[in-house]
Write a protein that binds this ligand. Sequence first.
Ligand code: F6P
Length: 494
Amino acid sequence: MPERRKLIVVSNRGPLTYSRNDAGERVAARGGGGLVTALRSIVTQHDVTWIASAMSDEDALVSHEAAGDAIEESADDGSSYRLRFVAHDPVAYDRYYNVIANPVLWFVQHYLWGLANAPEFDHGAHAAWTDGYLTVNRAFADAVVEELERSPEAVVFFHDYHLYVAPRLVRERVPDATMSHFVHIPWVMPDYWRVLPEPVRRAVHEGILANDVVSLHTERWCRNFLRSCEDIVDAEIEFERGVVRFAGRETAVRARPISIDPDEFEEIAGSEEVRDAERDIAAERPEFLIVRVDRTDPSKNIVRGLRAYELYLEAHPEMYGRVGMLALLDPSRQDIPEYSEYLGAIQRAARTVNDRFQHPGWLPLDLRIADDFPRAIAAYKQFDVLLVNAIFDGMNLVAKEAPLVNTRDGALVLSENTGAHEELEPWVVSVNPFDVAGQAEALHVALTMAADERRGRLEAIRRHIREHDISTWIEAQLRDLDEVVGRSPTSISA
Ligand code: F6P
């Protein structure tokens, strides 16, 4: 068992969110998304205070009742942790989340613009930066500083693109704080950052460089990060050692691929809810089932994936009635026009596939737009081919979760631009996310792969995931911090 440490985890979305049920009682639901799923086990292993945005009115009320302080919560296994909601001004939060973090930073970091027509960084975007992104980051920094006053020995663990500026604000007030930042999404080449106005891209880089350690999922994202620090803020870089020198400080840059908790995942896969959903899928499934599970995010490349399936069907009439695709898509960030338009495009592409190929008794594509976690896990168990064709993706946890619980020796078709590809490449059918003809061919290769070949590859993926699980990820980051700040683990533990 690793030694218990005091950690202040800081992320926009928290491990749970509160609401009221029909009887008017306060109930908690698990927070969604890969970051939260991956980090959940951290609270069972360390003494954690988790700082997150109040996402619902009820979260804000919880925060208000605690006078802004943390409350005691307990994880599924009974371990307790402190949860501190930051209740933001709703307008500032809307600008931060719906104008800057997702349609700007997310779009930059997944190369989602063609640049001929978008983006336009207009007055609204400038105002959203100043009175939204910076405001919310200041509120997070205030909460971190207060928690550090309470536990000066704690290590601060920032997460993701929502919080690039906060580390610098904390560093200004607590110069000797020990801070690390994990970026869960890709880091792009320096020129693409130049889409953003100079003060904005500078603030992003200066903010994150206030950390002692910055980690990303892959060597590829780390190289881009080092290059962009050199280019955007003129930092001095040691590429070999992964070190950035800037403003009189050093930041270590490390590739630390995130993973999952295999035991927890297998337990969920065996739960009653998942088994019920699996019975439904098994009753309706065709002989060969292709599965995809994604948020409806433009970076996930769902429309091209459907087009590839259409091309596959065009080329393989012998499979009519025998093959089907189940696309389980969680509607995401629908207050952002780019996202709601993308959902429309997905629905149109799905319609085209079914209009072209369906016949009585056979639905080639079953598209479900819903946040249905048990059904997603059930589909993981049932796939013959899993399609993950993201344009760019920091890691993509579906590519790790699904093979772990699959019961059919399924094959994985994986985009070469996902972080997971850096680890799983030897055992997957690799695809270029823009090459729809190549993806159609990859579906054919995966569907016709020999059984022992599929089994061998799936077993290798599982071994890799078990040997590189979520605890290894967390411990590696704590070791990075120890090395960088030159303290022994014991001197900074509680
Ligand atoms: O990796 C990026 C991330 O923060 C993941 O945690 C998660 O899958 C997704 O984005 C969640 O997005 P949101 O919190 O906007 O729903």
